[in-house]
Design a protein around this ligand. Structure first.
Ligand SMILES: *[C@@H]1O[C@H](CO)[C@@H](O)[C@H](O)[C@H]1NC(C)=O
Ligand SMILES: *[C@@H]1O[C@H](CO)[C@@H](O)[C@H](O)[C@H]1NC(C)=O
Ligand SMILES: *[C@@H]1O[C@H](CO)[C@@H](O)[C@H](O)[C@H]1NC(C)=O
Ligand SMILES: *[C@@H]1O[C@H](CO)[C@@H](O)[C@H](O)[C@H]1NC(C)=O
Ligand SMILES: *[C@@H]1O[C@H](CO)[C@@H](O)[C@H](O)[C@H]1NC(C)=O
Ligand SMILES: *[C@@H]1O[C@H](CO)[C@@H](O)[C@H](O)[C@H]1NC(C)=O
Ligand SMILES: *[C@@H]1O[C@H](CO)[C@@H](O)[C@H](O)[C@H]1NC(C)=O
Ligand SMILES: *[C@@H]1O[C@H](CO)[C@@H](O)[C@H](O)[C@H]1NC(C)=O
Ligand SMILES: *[C@@H]1O[C@H](CO)[C@@H](O)[C@H](O)[C@H]1NC(C)=O
Ligand SMILES: *[C@@H]1O[C@H](CO)[C@@H](O)[C@H](O)[C@H]1NC(C)=O
Length: 706
């Protein structure tokens, strides 16, 4: 059932496109290491950098020409496309990586000379050299520029790699080699734990695997409980990655763990396709699926089905990446785990798994609510499964399984889609518990005897008005705080009469109704954002740095966002999607609005440039984040990297931004105009009053003893 045949069937079934026999696609072993060369300005189908290519390893001319043909391409020719529209920067970056100081020349298309053949130098000069000399070849790449949500597994673009005992066939586009829908765990029974999949044979990785069961949405047209699939975008493939000289060429890796409240989301969402980040950032991007809601987290009291099935999915996907990613050009020693919202919470859980530690070289947590379970106090997350007896019983009871001899098998027969479609049911169980298999403590230990050094850097930040859309407008501050507090057991109402109350404004009585609403909205947004996204993440940074848990914690705040279209009309206005001048006209910087910049997918989704800075800002964020993945330092690429790639605009902006210290004294304000560090003394405003001061974690008991 877990065989290649299954995957092939899946590929056919999903895309409805007849795919070529995988065995017919060229194997990377037949062509040697290949690099997708491009100059990705993130402008998608409006790019002016329209010349790309594929770089081969050094050989004589004849072999290079043959390898291009094997790839269904030909040697690149200056008469077919313009060197200075992309290949110029791509080759200067190639020279930068090869440390030959640009002395290498590259085979290109040549008329039929018996002895001397054409080659091109880094500056685009065509030279002739003996055809028998050794030089890297430069092939065309007919992989197309694509927009979001496109699939085009044309047989002539396919390429196969071997990983373990599988031959896995993906395809190239203009910028990367992509492999979609790779299985990382065998099919698991409902409420079972994932384990590493080690299949055999030929596998098509040409179309997405199904997302995990959840509410249907256009972004995930196919859902299934059998959803243990991941996707890879890479600029580089090597057939023998473990050879010492090859190992140095492997790219750093990032694994995207989607958000969605742990009840929604997939790794196949077109908003978060990884190709732009991979090619511009020179990293390998992986996205994964994990089980959601009760299917991912519901703990039983039998000591066997302890919840955290989703955590086992993420852990197993990480293990798959650690063991296989070198076959996709990725460096297993440089894996960063990365998530937004619930995805950030999950990253934090993965950091607390002792056996995951050796596989994680860095972590990025974006807009991760402080560790809060609905039944926990802030900052303490993982209670034992038995703590949640009542909640599990509620769900069993609603499903008719409470008083049955074997509740687990009873619930296995339940139609789980009802958990998403029937709205009168109790909330799904959507958070991790202390299962004593993956998680042994009450949270990631940040102080006390359990805190230890992970020897890795992390990034942890939020958006200025993170929560600025999740409550209705009201001129009644008490009602507004009550609403904001309802979902999170955070003490907002205690500040109802404090200096944060707009009603204490001396002019309150004279405010118009609209002014009252705005003042109440602003105060509620400020306090709820502080309580959920700012104070405890900062306290995390403070203790993690103080107690050497992490080498650095790079804090940031986004003050520029671009909200996805799918949010409500009210949100479109409030959260500035249609703001013609986001740098000058202030707006609410709402949850999720930074992610389109992180992936560089604004133009790819066909979104309009608003003020001329959206694209430069996307390039900046991709460059700053990918630098962290490659070097461990946020916003600090390798010396000479930005120049070699021609990313001069980002270079100037990063210089303007200045140091990003990672020491918890300062955070980086991320915007176009006015980018720069600011003192986290700002976090004392609101955080102290919420009893979430920066030393919050210094006195937390992280031990798992009840
Ligand atoms: C190639 O592109 C550059 C930059 O746009 C331009 O100056 C040059 O004329 C182009 N060359 C050809 C042969 O079209
Ligand atoms: C690299 O090339 C530049 C320009 O040709 C030259 O100035 C520099 O000295 C060279 N560096 C090395 C290390 O060879
Ligand atoms: C995305 O692609 C799927 C499958 O091709 C299609 O059903 C869906 O309508 C597309 N969505 C958008 C927004 O283009
Ligand atoms: C993978 O493909 C290569 C080249 O076609 C072949 O030699 C090898 O036996 C295949 N491996 C497996 C496990 O199918
Ligand atoms: C769980 O607790 C709540 C309140 O504490 C109670 O109303 C409910 O009946 C309990 N549910 C079960 C199934 O015991
Ligand atoms: C404001 O809201 C609170 C809580 O909902 C309510 O008790 C109070 O009566 C409201 N005040 C006014 C003036 O409506
Ligand atoms: C706020 O003030 C009102 C009116 O004086 C009082 O009833 C209420 O208890 C106060 N709430 C808090 C949390 O201090
Ligand atoms: C409200 O406006 C009136 C008339 O403009 C003014 O006399 C009064 O001082 C104002 N009250 C406050 C509290 O600002
Ligand atoms: C945040 O951005 C807005 C524009 O959206 C700007 O008016 C404001 O000054 C910025 N805040 C800071 C502290 O730079
Ligand atoms: C680019 O793609 C978008 C869809 O995302 C489409 O609306 C637009 O017409 C395309 N533009 C060009 C120049 O092809």
């Amino acid at each position: 059932m877990h065989s290649a045949q299954f995957a092939v069937t899946l590929g056919l079934g999903l895309s409805g496109i007849s795919v070529a026999d995988a065995a017919a696609a060229p194997h990377v072993r037949d062509v040697g290491a290949i690099t997708a060369l491009s100059d990705n300005d993130l402008a998608a189908n409006t790019t002016t950098r329209t010349t790309n290519g594929i770089l081969l390893t050094p050989s004589n001319f004849e072999t290079a020409a043959q390898r291009c043909l094997t790839l269904n391409e030909e040697l690149w020719s200056p008469s077919a496309s313009n060197f200075s529209l992309g290949l110029d920067n791509a080759l200067s970056f190639t020279a930068f990586n090869s440390a030959d100081n640009g002395s290498t020349t590259y085979w290109i298309s040549s008329p039929d000379h018996p002895e001397s053949c054409n080659a091109i130098s880094v500056d685009g000069t065509v030279v002739q050299q003996p055809c028998t000399t050794t030089a890297p070849g430069l092939c065309t790449n007919s992989g197309p520029l694509t927009q979001a949500n496109e699939t085009f597994p044309k047989p002539e673009l396919q390429v196969t790699v071997q990983s373990g005992k599988q031959n896995i066939t993906g395809y190239r586009d203009f910028y990367t080699f992509q492999f979609r829908g790779i299985r990382f765990s065998p099919t698991v029974e409902r409420f079972g734990y994932a384990s590493l999949y080690e299949g055999e044979g030929d596998v098509d990785a040409l179309s997405w695997g199904p997302g995990c069961l959840q509410a249907p949405e256009a972004r995930w047209p196919l859902l299934d409980e059998d959803c243990h699939f991941l996707n890879v975008w890479t600029p580089y493939l090597s057939p023998n990655p473990t050879e010492p000289t090859e190992r140095k060429k492997l790219k750093a890796v990032i694994i995207w763990i989607t958000g969605g409240g742990n009840t929604a989301g997939t790794g196949t969402d077109w908003e978060k396709e990884g190709g732009n980040l991979a090619s511009r950032g020179d990293i390998v991007v992986v996205s994964i699926n994990y089980r959601l809601g009760n299917l991912g987290f519901l703990p039983f009291q039998d000591g066997v089905h302890n919840g955290n099935y989703a955590i086992s999915d993420m852990y197993t996907a990480l293990e798959w990446v650690y063991k296989n990613i070198e076959n996709f050009g990725g460096d297993p020693e440089r894996i960063t785990i990365w998530g937004n919202s619930a995805g950030a919470v999950n990253v934090r859980s993965l950091l607390a798994i002792p056996q995951a530690e050796e596989m994680i070289a860095g972590a990025i947590m974006q807009s991760g609510p402080a560790e809060t379970g609905p039944d926990s106090t802030p900052g303490v997350r993982y209670e034992a499964p038995s703590f949640y007896t009542n909640r599990t019983e509620e769900i069993l009871s609603e499903s008719g399984c409470l008083d049955t001899p074997d509740p687990v098998s009873c619930l296995r027969d339940f139609d789980a889609s009802k958990w998403w479609t029937e709205t009168d049911r109790s909330p799904q169980f959507n958070f991790a518990v202390r299962d004593n298999v993956y998680l042994f403590t009450r949270g990631l230990p940040l102080s006390g005897p359990l805190a230890h050094s992970h020897n890795i850097p992390v990034m942890y930040g939020f958006l200025r008005d993170e929560w600025g859309y999740l409550f209705p407008e009201s001129s009644n501050f008490t009602a507004s705080l009550e609403y904001a507090e309802a979902g999170f057991k955070f003490p907002l109402l205690q500040l109802v009469n404090s200096s944060f109350s707009p009603e204490r404004d001396p002019s309150w009585a004279n405010f118009t109704e609209a002014e009252k609403k705005k003042a109440v909205f602003d105060a509620t947004s400020f306090l709820s954002t502080a309580a959920i996204f700012k104070c405890l993440p900062h306290a995390f940074a403070y203790s993690a740095v103080k107690n050497n848990v992490f080498d650095a914690v790079y804090e940031y705040q986004f003050n520029r966002t671009y909200q996805p279209t799918r949010w409500t009309d009210l949100t479109r206005i409030q959260c500035g999607r249609d703001n013609p001048n986001p740098d000058q006209i202030d707006y609410y910087k709402c949850h999720g609005g930074e992610v389109p910049y992180n992936f560089g997918n604004i133009a790819q989704q066909g979104w309009p440039e608003r003020d001329g800075y959206d694209m430069p800002f996307a390039r900046l964020i991709v460059d700053a984040w990918s630098a962290f993945v490659r070097t461990g330092k946020a916003g600090v690429p390798e010396d000479g990297y930005l120049e070699a790639r021609g990313y001069l605009e980002s270079k100037a902006k990063l210089e303007e931004a200045g140091a990003w210290t990672g020491t918890s004294d300062e955070a980086m304000r991320l915007q176009w105009t006015g980018i720069g560090p600011y003192s986290t003394d700002e976090y004392k405003i609101g955080c102290d009053e919420l009893d979430m001061s920066e030393d919050y974690y210094e006195t937390v008991d992280f031990s798992g003893d009840d």
